[in-house]
Design a protein around this ligand. Structure first.
Ligand code: AMP
Length: 592
């Protein structure tokens, strides 16, 4: 049989959106990371500069660069409305498919392929069209207007184009491609080591610009730009004191482990054009706060903005005020005292932060690291050197603090330090290697955390819900309950967990729940199930809550395992939950 060749020269149609979509399909069809990078590298090589910039961002799942605070902000309901309007599909059927496929892009593809107006359309969209569309969308407010814009674009879209327009608007192409793989693809394109690409991407906060610099051999010219989140360095739990002794050098740094919200603060002189950057400008300086999930959270802490803007690095006056980036924790405080995390919850999730709320739950930013200051990227500098820079900051006071950090050379003293940290209202200790660099996004052994012993509960699943992202095809989020008492089998919900199981386990449970459903809500997205599956869950703490019938909720629950060995009659009771809450959440014993 004669082989079919591509209808158009790969160079002529390289900048079309359908070529982007076909490349994405090819990437989604392989699970091999190297192959994904090779496909991307080849695709990138055929693009002009403008399109390379766009395609690199889109493959990483961004409509704009990470520094850019603009968002398209089109919700799932708006996407479904636009898909329905253009394809003329039956709504009930489409929603059923959405539950089955779990991705609005896949649903759009199906609906458009079956649509008399769309199925036969020839692809016409270009990457340039997409860029213009995304900008207009970001500049438009109001759901109705946004739906109209999406609808107008989708009317011009062939099925495969529609699939990726929708996926891009969802912020994730769901083709098993992470930003790291895009960096791999760029490394291929430029014949460079991926480490250099990662570094420049971290400095610039723009994978598109990184691709261009790589192509033109100008990676060395990249400079640190602020106001985009840098991935956070994470800690590993120490098993016991001998673990600390084994992992740490003879002398190590010891700090309190604060229980608040991890945050990264960016501060620099405000310059024209800052309005599209994350953050806010006050008194000539620009300030932004990012969460561990890399979301901007400046708006939740307006009371930290002024103090951060006023903070000074040692060279601020002398140098050009290139600013700084701090890593730390936002904690609720009362004067000098740090309050329990629950206090902070009173402030989170509120739509508007009134003066009354702000003053009833004051917060402090406790800085424990610095990633950049006065034109120097400090990520590769040893912790001891970063500490020195941190201690040189002035204007730190009241809501801005620097963690006290002590040098220890004897692990036996950690016991006492742990108790002292607990008395100060903190969670435990962090132990750090003074010689270690800051490793963005890595959970290494340079930072060890010492917390309470793990507390667990055995619970039974009462409801299951379809998950997010990769897990949207499965019932992967589980609400679970404990028994009212040894003698009373009434089940009382106490939490909901999303993580901890393997894909295989989730697939199996998902099937089981579907065939043991009691009631179905939201088109089968949420179902109540026969209470038979027992899980062992762990959590950071138990706290009183009105959310669940038990009157308690677990903070950060994770599933440890499915207790195949345990019947529902033997799961934990409300009494155990109450005891855990009274003991401060975790097990009563401290682990050091
Ligand atoms: P974990 O979340 O259990 O992996 O523990 C690491 C977390 O402890 C970090 O993400 C921070 O939010 C928090 N933390 C509290 N105090 C410190 C500290 N002094 N140094 C580093 N991380 C800290």
């Amino acid at each position: 049989m004669e082989e079919r060749t591509a209808a158009v020269s790969p160079f002529l149609d390289a900048g079309t959106f359908v070529r982007f979509a076909e490349t994405a399909e090819a990437i989604g069809a392989t699970t091999k990371r190297l192959e994904k990078a090779a496909i991307l590298g080849r695709y990138f090589a055929g693009l002009g500069d403008d399109d390379l910039l766009r395609a690199a961002r889109y493959f990483a799942g961004y409509a704009f660069s990470l520094r850019d605070q603009r968002t398209t902000n089109v919700g799932g309901a708006a996407l479904v409305a636009a898909i329905l309007a253009v394809s003329g599909a039956d709504e009930a059927r489409l929603r059923e498919r959405l539950v089955a496929l779990g991705d609005a892009g896949d649903v759009a593809h199906e609906a458009f392929a079956a649509s008399p107006t769309q199925a036969q359309l020839a692809p016409v969209l270009t990457l340039g069209d997409m860029a213009g569309f995304l900008e207009t969308l970001a500049a438009t407010s109001g759901t109705k207007r946004k739906v109209e814009l999406v609808t107008d674009l989708l009317r011009r879209a062939a099925p495969l184009e529609a699939k990726y327009v929708v996926k891009l608007l969802q912020g994730d192409l769901r083709i098993g491609l992470k930003e790291g793989a895009v960096e791999d693809g760029i490394a291929r394109l430029a014949g460079t080591d991926v480490g250099r690409i990662q570094w420049v991407n971290m400095l610039t906060g723009d994978i598109g610009e990184t691709a261009l610099l790589a192509r033109h051999g100008r990676l060395d010219t990249a400079r640190m730009r602020l106001f985009h989140p840098i991935k956070f360095m994470l800690a590993t739990a120490a098993e016991d004191l001998s673990d600390v002794a084994r992992q740490m050098p003879p002398e190590f740094a010891v700090e309190d482990k604060y229980d608040g919200i991890r945050a990264q603060a960016h501060v620099a002189r405000a310059t024209p054009g800052d309005d599209i950057l994350h953050g806010v400008s006050v008194e000539g300086r620009h300030v932004a706060l990012f969460s561990r999930t890399l979301d901007e959270i400046t708006e939740s802490f307006p009371d930290l903005v002024g103090p951060l803007a006023a903070a000074l690095t040692p060279e601020r006056r002398a140098a050009s005020d290139e600013g700084f980036i701090l890593d730390g924790e936002v904690v609720p405080v009362q004067g000098e005292r740090i309050l329990p995390f629950q206090e902070l919850q009173k402030r989170l999730g509120r739509k508007t932060l009134t003066e009354a709320v702000l003053s009833s739950v004051p917060v402090a930013f406790v800085a424990y690291d610095v990633l950049y200051a006065d034109g120097r990227v400090l990520i590769n500098a040893p912790f001891a050197e970063r500490r020195a820079v941190l201690e040189g900051l002035s204007g730190m006071g009241a809501p801005l603090r620097v963690t006290p950090s002590e040098r220890f050379s004897d692990v036996a003293k950690l016991d006492e330090a742990f108790d002292a940290a607990r008395v100060r209202g903190n969670e435990g200790l962090m132990v750090k290697d003074p010689g270690s660099p800051y490793k963005p996004g890595r959970r290494g052994r340079d930072w060890l955390k010492i917390k309470r012993a793990l507390a667990t509960l055995d619970v039974v699943v009462t409801a299951a819900q379809v998950g997010e992202g990769r897990r949207s095809r499965f019932l992967s989020d589980y609400t679970f309950a404990v028994r009212a008492s040894e003698t009373n089998p009434t089940l009382l919900n106490v939490g909901k967990a999303y993580s901890g199981l393997t894909d295989v386990e989730i697939t199996r449970l998902s099937e089981w729940f579907r065939s043991h459903a009691l009631q179905s809500f939201a088109h089968g997205k949420v179902i109540t199930v026969e209470p038979k599956i027992v899980l062992e869950v762990t959590f950071d703490r138990v706290q009183p809550s009105t959310r669940h019938k038990s009157g308690y909720a677990l903070r950060f629950p994770r599933i440890l395992r499915i207790r195949e060995d345990k019947p529902v009659e033997e799961i934990d009771t409300l009494e155990t939950v109450r005891r855990l809450a009274e003991a401060g959440g975790g097990a009563a014993e401290a682990e050091t």
